[in-house]
Design a binder for this molecule. Structure first.
Ligand SMILES: [Zn+2]
Length: 111
């Protein structure tokens, strides 16, 4: 009968995995929380698009098509990192959408 003898590397890796387990659990729950937030934001975004499209008598898709024509995607030159949290935001943003820090000089900010 052959006896399994773990190498020092095996033991080291086993210790590393067991030490990292709480972090991995935390990362898993953090990802789950972010997925839940994304789902809520998707639902909110969908409702907003439908609401706005209805107000200009367009279908949601026609509204989105018109919106993307009028406001083409901004490239990296038009973005900056929030000085507070580092989130990538539009350079003309008045506030960071992630942490809420005011980054512009416009005082007409809701919320
Ligand atoms: Zn921020």
């Amino acid at each position: 009968m052959k006896i399994f003898r773990p190498s020092l590397t095996d033991i080291y890796n086993q210790i590393r995995v067991s030490q990292a387990a709480p972090d991995l659990t935390d990362i898993g729950s953090r990802i789950q929380s972010l997925e839940t937030q994304v789902e809520h934001l998707r639902a909110l975004n969908r409702a907003l698009v439908e609401y706005l499209a209805d107000h200009v008598n367009l279908s949601p898709q026609a509204f989105l098509d018109q919106l993307s024509k009028e406001h083409p995607k901004q490239d990296a030159e038009h973005t900056l990192h929030c000085p507070s949290c580092g989130t990538l935001i539009a350079s003309d943003a008045k506030a960071c959408y992630s942490c809420g820090m005011k980054v512009g000089t416009d005082t007409y900010i809701l919320g």
